[in-house]
Design a protein around this ligand. Structure first.
Ligand SMILES: C[S@@+](CC[C@H](N)C(=O)[O-])C[C@H]1O[C@@H](n2cnc3c(N)ncnc32)[C@H](O)[C@@H]1O
Length: 346
């Protein structure tokens, strides 16, 4: 991957002294406010059993964060080119927000760099589950606090994205695939590409394509120096049928967040990929659903979140059993699937 490594060591050196201690049994959860990039670098080596998260998707939501729309021009003025992504540290120090990169290639590069930072903290037998959705390219796009679905009164920001190569009008960008391939290039082993099928996606105005009703949930593990990857996995805790397509309705948001994890989507991942008492890290924890589900199931939880309002909400939610309990309408199984699972036709 073409990434320029222009280091800004001052900030990293200052932060290196403030390491994070994972929560112990008596104190099951912790939520830290800050950039996942910094916070991941402070975790003790091999302290995390499971990373489960959903980072901001590309070009969809602002989460109320300020973003420098001139950043590509500034990069080019410093001698950079579109084809070479800046380092994440350069990007954010110039006012860039994760998910609002001028180009999808920069987004993939930032994501991979951030997840690479977590590698030393993940145990050799640990797992990383990353949920990510796709986006269509539009030369002129609208970005809303809440995502594109809101339309109506939801205030929007209009922005122009440079065209070129695969960046063409109406193009489905295949961002999840590009991300997964870039992770493989960084030595991660991809074990599953779980398709999260959402029955309750809102209608779209387009008359020339189907609406996107799925997202990807990638399961990565570490590649050992020798031999085949070995990692914790409790097969008895996955969905009946153990198929790589799971049907779960998208959850209504909580605490003003519009991208909250549904419990039914993450509970089987937490139970099957983290041993009892193990540490679950969500580096983009939003309002803390994954942490609450981890704690409800006898695991420890650690969350990172850049905004103060969502990190405060996560702190309040993590030990709330109600928040960690699936809504009645999360799973919508039609009769056909129920017959399949009873007759074991997998
Ligand atoms: C897709 S949402 C995650 C929602 C979460 N799964 C839940 O159930 O609430 C992504 C979150 O990442 C946060 N975020 C964005 N950039 C970040 C960064 N650099 N470091 C940490 N958190 C960040 C956003 O504020 C947002 O809450």
């Amino acid at each position: 991957m073409n990434v320029s490594t222009k280091p800004f060591n001052l900030r990293q050196d200052m932060e290196a002294s403030q390491d994070i201690t994972p929560p112990l049994q008596g104190n099951l959860t912790e939520v830290h406010e800050g950039d996942a990039f910094d916070l991941m670098g402070k975790l003790p080596a091999e302290s995390v059993d499971l990373i489960i998260t959903s980072p901001p998707y590309w070009g969809l939501r602002t989460y109320g964060l300020d973003h420098n729309e001139e950043i590509l021009r500034e990069w080019e003025a410093e001698g950079g080119s579109k084809e070479v992504s800046p380092s994440y540290d350069w990007y954010r120090l110039h006012g860039g927000c994760l998910g609002l990169e001028p180009l999808p290639e920069w987004y993939v590069s930032n994501l991979v760099e951030i997840f690479q930072r977590s590698a030393p903290a993940l145990k050799p037998g640990g797992s990383m589950w990353i949920n990510i959705g796709d986006t269509y390219f539009a030369r002129w796009s609208s970005i809303r606090f809440d995502g594109r679905q809101g339309l109506g009164d939801n205030p929007r920001m209009r922005r122009k994205t440079p065209m070129g190569g695969f960046r063409q009008e109406k193009q489905l960008l295949l961002i999840p695939a590009r991300f997964a391939i870039a992770m493989q290039a960084e030595r991660w082993i991809l074990r599953n590409d779980v398709i999260w099928e959402k029955r309750n996606v809102p209608p779209r105005p387009e008359k020339d394509r189907l609406r996107i009703a799925h997202e990807h949930f990638f399961h990565f593990v570490k590649r050992p120096k020798e031999g085949r990857a070995k990692y914790y996995y409790d097969m008895s805790a996955v969905e009946e049928g153990a198929r790589d397509v799971v049907r779960v309705n998208a959850a209504p948001g909580s605490d003003g967040h519009s991208a909250t994890f549904p419990v039914k989507l993450i509970e089987p991942r937490i139970l099957s990929s983290c041993p009892p008492g193990g540490l679950v890290l969500d580096p983009f924890c939003g309002t803390g659903r994954s942490l609450a589900v981890a704690v409800k199931n006898g695991r420890r939880g650690m969350g990172f979140e850049i905004t103060s309002n969502f990190s405060a909400a996560a702190r309040a939610n993590v030990t709330n059993r109600q928040f960690a309990t699936a809504a009645e309408d999360e799973v919508d199984l039609p009769k056909q699937d129920q017959r399949d699972s009873q007759s074991h036709l997998f």
